[in-house]
Design a protein around this ligand. Structure first.
Ligand code: VG1
Ligand code: CO
Length: 544
């Protein structure tokens, strides 16, 4: 079959953000929109021709349509072999696992992660490299530049591929293998965690948990791993069926979007443990009995306890966290005598450190935790890690975290998001802050002295590449921090994120309410950024 060459022209705005290209479904449905981006990937990644590509997504609306388009284009661009998840399903961490395990040349992941799905909601696509991680900026920049000059794409005039039938089939010269999306991933988890110990915990009669898959991609993974392999009682997985619109919900695992689950951890009949994941399965939220573990604390606790699990028994070599993530992990690294790296927001910045063997664990405050087992953050992995700790330490979630605070101190932490803000107003707010930075150092701010104030820049220690303007940081003399960033994953207006952190070494003062402890920092942040006068918002939309 001869490929057909379709003339096209550049479409503005195809620069990938924090995690791939994310737009409204309606934008993706424009003729040539998806095709231009996919062709730009093939044009800039020549190793895909004659190579193997992994394709799959989080099951949201437009997933299957996009996969059929990609398969035809892959065949027309000379890809030799494709591994595609059955029904088009692959969680983001599972895609990373498959790319690595089968030594492929990369993958295309279809997801808008925690953004809502459906015909009027969001879609996304990103390219992951052969190491399994999100393409670094050098690659995403090349793809973007190609979208600005593209004038044709290659495809085939061929019928849809049957994505429901496991096994091999051909599309013209290309071999397509429809794989079980869960198998490789579940097998990897069994090598990392003590499944016997967790099995015993579930069957002790003393432990009850629920996992909320939020009608997103982790349902089949969680049912197979938690209920089938680990023997958790049937019904442990809530909302386990992936739906194209996530049941109308917002598949973002935080306190604001998991109220039913949170309520199950409170009151007389409270669960011992609860967790949730997001649209594409890379985020995690961890709850104990009436106890919320901040993602920053979770990273620190996992790092301090990694030796309790088979996969990390020999210890960890280093930790990395995104800049806005609290410094709780730094304290653990210091005690363990290992390096701790501070990177810009977005998992792609961990890739080089993981590949070079500089770090074992990494995490972000945005409910992302992961390790060198794959090159993406991994929701269920974090849940299994916690279950392994609970089984070994025979303590509650709250006891483990409070012990941790007593030993290392507590980094009180909160993030305030102002969503759907006018984009110009948000840019203006950041610009104004940037102008004020040089004058702030040494000055008092709400009774505290500013120790440093800058716009975060990162030089990758492995390849020397630089990323600039990654968030404004104001550090206060007592170690507290206020950080401002604009989101790079939204599809409507701008989202201003304000990250606040304050350290408390005294165990007697570690049990307070976070928002109360942060009140002074919150008001400093609002004043200095002129949030209300510039955005018209008095209060944040989401507090995590
Ligand atoms: C957000 C988070 C960031 C995360 C990214 C992708 O980005 O802050 O930490 O890596 O989402 O997560 P931003 O630019 O909106 O702040 V996911 O679960 O979309 O893959
Ligand atoms: Co996600």
């Amino acid at each position: 079959m001869d490929p057909i060459i379709i003339p096209t022209q550049p479409i503005a705005g195809q620069r990938p953000g924090t995690s791939g290209l994310r737009k409204k479904v309606k934008v993706f449905e424009q003729p040539g929109y998806l095709e231009n981006f996919v062709q730009a990937v093939f044009d800039t990644q020549p190793e895909l021709s004659g190579g193997t590509l992994v394709v799959g997504g989080d099951g949201r609306y437009y997933n299957k349509t996009a996969i059929q388009t990609i398969l035809r284009m892959a065949a027309a661009n000379g890809v030799a072999h494709v591994l595609v998840g059955c029904d088009g399903i692959l969680s983001t961490p599972a895609a990373s696992c498959v790319i690595r395990k089968h030594r492929t040349q990369g993958g295309l992941i279809l997801s808008a992660s925690h953004n809502p799905g459906g015909p009027d909601a969001d879609f996304g696509i990103k390219f992951n490299v052969g190491a399994g991680g999100p393409a670094p900026e050098s690659v995403t920049n090349a793809i973007y530049e190609r979208t600005r000059t593209i004038d044709r794409y290659r495809t085939l005039d061929a019928p849809d591929v049957d994505l429901q039938q496991l096994g091999r089939q051909r599309l013209d010269e290309m071999e397509i293998e429809v794989i079980d999306p869960v198998a490789d991933y579940a097998e990897l988890m069994e090598t990392l965690f003590d499944f016997n110990a967790i099995h015993q915990l579930f069957n002790s009669g003393l432990f009850r948990m629920r996992f909320d898959a939020m009608h997103a991609v982790t349902g089949p993974y969680a049912v197979e791993i938690l209920e089938r392999r680990l023997g958790a009682e049937p019904g442990t997985v809530l909302n386990g069926e992936p739906l194209e619109d996530f049941g109308g919900g917002h598949p973002d695992p935080n306190l604001a979007h998991t109220q039913v689950l949170v309520a199950m951890t409170e009151g007389a009949d409270a669960l011992d443990f609860a967790a949730a994941s997001d649209g594409d399965g890379d985020r995690n939220m961890i709850l104990g009995k009436a106890f919320f573990v901040t993602p920053s604390d979770s990273l620190a606790v996992l790092a301090a306890n990694a030796h309790h699990t088979p996969g990390y028994r020999n210890g960890i070599v280093g930790i990395a966290r995104s800049m806005p993530t609290s410094q709780a992990a730094d304290r653990v690294a210091e005690e363990l005598g290992i390096d701790c790296y501070e990177t810009p927001t977005g998992w792609k910045f961990f890739g080089n450190l993981l590949d070079a063997g500089r770090i074992t664990l990494c995490g972000e405050e945005s409910f992302g935790t992961g390790s060198d087992h794959v090159r993406e953050k991994d929701g269920l992995w974090a849940v299994l890690f916690w279950l392994n700790l609970l089984a070994v330490r025979q303590q509650s979630v709250a006891e483990i975290v409070r012990d941790h605070w007593r030993r290392f101190g507590r980094n009180y932490y909160t993030r305030h998001d102002y969503e759907g803000v006018d984009a110009k107003a948000a840019e203006g707010l950041m610009e104004h802050l940037r102008e004020r930075l040089p004058g702030l150092v040494g000055k008092p701010l709400g009774g505290l002295t500013v120790a440093y104030a800058d716009d975060f820049a990162y030089q990758d220690p492995i390849d020397g590449s630089r990323a600039e303007r990654q968030g404004i940081r104001i550090g206060l003399a007592d170690g507290a921090r206020i950080i401002f960033r604009l989101s790079g994953t939204g599809t409507e207006g701008a989202t201003l994120r304000v990250y606040l952190e304050r350290f408390e070494a005294d165990p007697a003062r570690q049990g307070h309410d976070t928002q109360e402890v942060m009140a002074q920092l919150i008001s400093i942040a609002r004043d200095i950024a002129q949030i209300e006068s510039r955005t018209g918002r008095r209060e944040p939309d989401v507090i995590t």
